[in-house]
Design a protein around this ligand. Structure first.
Ligand code: HSE
Length: 341
């Protein structure tokens, strides 16, 4: 499988590390062989080689801050645009891991459409295109016999979308409710131990949980993007960001957290989606609510189904390898589905 990556930040690098470290196991167990043939970034440069880039050298150059550090190789091309890479005809999958923009989803959204037009499958960690243009992208993918997969957009590699789509196929899902942002859950957990908001946020950034602009996390918009994605994937319909009732954790002070603790309660940023709408709200939960015990960057989601009642999934909500793994799980799913047809 030949891959083009748009973006090469925490998630892209985590994914590349997994490919580097698990290549033999993936080939042996899953007959899965992937090559990164192109990488486009806003700040580090662009690299393209139709026979595959050297992943350790790619990671080293990225960590050094510039693809100029990547050694010359036969067939290596520097400075190509994303559009040129998409239309060059070598790639099988576009992996969109550039920062999320929930207002326009651009430039990622244009790349996604170009990739589908050119016959590439799509795998996204970028939430923008999925949250804002799900129906069009999915319809185009279906018409062309291609797949759009986006496990990374909700709860990192914790298999939320795989659960809903595969394991729960045949059940109707009526609602989804949970903790869907790792950064804010980490901050709230650390603040309960007495850490300041600023220090906890700095740690969440250091650990690779926060978005490039962490305002999106702490003001609730990252979780809202996930609510939109869940609403569209689970229920269909044309919900927009402005239809959601969204607030974050910025108004919650250390005093509020201490008061909740004294009353046997805990603040959590609770996201919910139903066919009628959705919300993201900091909520005081009693300690015996199962969601109250979800700490750190861990996330949890409860899917209400018609045949099984509630199904709750708890797992990583953010992180380098945790989100990088989501991309791998989607690529393996693409391989399974394309080899089954
Ligand atoms: N910034 C996001 C979070 C990353 O903290 O949950 C995972 O989507």
């Amino acid at each position: 499988m030949k891959l083009l990556l748009i973006g090469f930040g925490v998630v892209g690098q985590g994914f590349a590390e997994i490919l580097r470290d698990k290549a033999a196991e993936l080939q042996q167990k899953h007959n899965f062989v992937a090559e990164i043939i192109g990488v486009v970034t806003a700040s580090t440069g662009t690299l393209y080689r139709s026979n595959g880039l050297d992943i350790p050298a790619l990671l080293e150059a990225a960590q050094g801050g510039s693809f100029a550090l990547y050694p010359d190789q036969p067939g290596l091309r520097r400075g190509m645009t994303a559009g040129d890479m998409i239309t060059a005809g070598d790639a099988d999958v576009l992996v969109e891991v550039s920062p999320t923009d929930l207002e326009t989803a651009q430039p990622a959204l244009d790349y996604c459409h170009q990739a589908l037009d050119a016959g590439l499958h799509l795998v996204l960690a970028n939430k923008g295109p999925v949250a804002l243009d799900y129906a069009n992208l999915q319809a185009k993918a279906r018409d062309k016999g291609l797949q759009m997969r986006y496990e990374a957009t909700v709860m990192a590699g914790t298999p939320t979308m795989h659960l809903a789509e595969d394991a729960l196929a045949g059940c109707a899902i009526r609602s989804a409710r949970g903790i869907l942002n790792g950064t804010t859950n980490y901050i709230l957990t650390q603040m309960e131990t007495g850490m300041s908001y600023d220090e906890a946020l700095a740690q969440a950034q250091e650990l690779g949980y926060a978005e490039t602009d962490p305002a999106g996390d702490v003001e609730g918009w990252d979780a809202a993007g996930k609510v939109l994605i869940l609403a569209k994937a689970l229920f269909g319909g044309g919900l927009r960001l402005t239809d959601l009732d969204v607030s974050g954790i910025t108004a919650i002070s250390a005093t509020d957290i201490a008061a909740a603790k004294a009353a046997g309660q805990r603040y959590k940023l609770i996201a919910s989606a139903t066919p009628a709408g959705g919300s993201v709200k900091a909520t005081r939960l009693p300690l015996d609510d199962p969601l109250a015990s979800i700490g750190g960057s861990t996330n949890a989601i409860t899917l209400e189904t018609d045949l099984l009642g509630d199904i709750t999934l708890i797992g990583a909500g953010a992180g380098k390898l945790e989100t990088g793994y989501a991309l791998l799980s989607d690529l393996l799913a693409i391989q399974r589905r394309t080899s089954a047809t």
